[in-house]
Design a protein around this ligand. Structure first.
Ligand code: FES
Length: 234
């Protein structure tokens, strides 16, 4: 498997060939090693429900496209939905993302398609932690990759609600400004947590948020707790 840390422009640690023989990922600064589980490897090498060709116009009932601010990679997901019982009977996806994104999205698609397909409401209950658990874990710094599936799916469902005129069911996560001095939003905090910053100090190291507006700290701490629980502890 590709040692992902080698793609990073700044290597602060010397990673030896023996590190790469014994691990799939080596953290470039801490040296922390990670070996993917057999389940994650299987989903990476044999991705389920992957679609490389473009669908025909109108072939699918919904589409969702998202990009990851953390790495710039993109995920597209297409759905076919039975209008009578809202069962998702076909889910296809394609990504320009890393191995973790491929394995996580493949697992997500398999979970949605289990037992003939989940309904929209059932599928919306699948959390990023459920996916990570079924994969036997992912490296902490790869959590933002696994969340791409969830975000693309939610966007596709909103697209379905829009095209079927169910506007009241659309869920839009609006960005709220937390630090009015630096204009930093809750989305920025979410991304920082997804990139592995889970304490106030770590988030501030990344964003300087709250440094010039101490009144924003309580809300900031609350958001860090919320997103940490959402993506890591759930
Ligand atoms: Fe971009 Fe994983 S690094 S999806």
């Amino acid at each position: 498997m590709v040692p992902f840390s080698l793609n990073l422009p700044n290597l602060f640690m010397i990673i030896t060939p023996s590190d790469l023989k014994t691990s799939d990922v080596v953290h470039p600064t801490t040296g922390q090693k990670w070996v993917y589980s057999d389940v994650a490897r299987d989903h990476f090498f044999n991705p389920r429900n992957l679609m490389l060709k473009d669908p025909k116009d109108g072939e699918y009932d919904a589409v969702g496209v998202v990009g990851s601010p953390a790495c710039g990679d993109v995920m597209t997901m297409w759905l076919k939905i039975d209008k009578a019982d809202e069962r998702i009977y076909k889910l296809k996806w394609r990504t320009f993302g890393c191995g973790s994104a491929i394995a996580a999205t493949s697992m997500f698609s398999a979970m949605v398609m289990e037992n003939g397909g989940r309904t929209i409401d059932e599928a919306l209950k699948i959390t990023p932690q459920d996916i990570t658990e079924r994969l036997g874990g992912l490296p902490g710094r790869k959590i933002h990759c696994s969340v791409l599936a969830d975000k693309a799916f939610r966007k596709a469902i909103n697209n379905y609600f829009r095209t079927t005129h169910q506007h009241q069911r659309i869920v839009v996560e609006g960005a709220k400004v937390i630090d009015t001095v630096l204009n930093i939003t809750d989305r920025d905090i979410e991304e920082a947590v997804l990139e592995g910053a889970t304490t106030l100090e770590e988030v501030q190291n990344k964003l300087k948020v709250g440094v010039g507006s101490p009144e924003s700290i309580p809300e900031l701490e609350q958001l860090i707790r919320f997103y940490s629980e959402k993506y890591y502890d759930g």
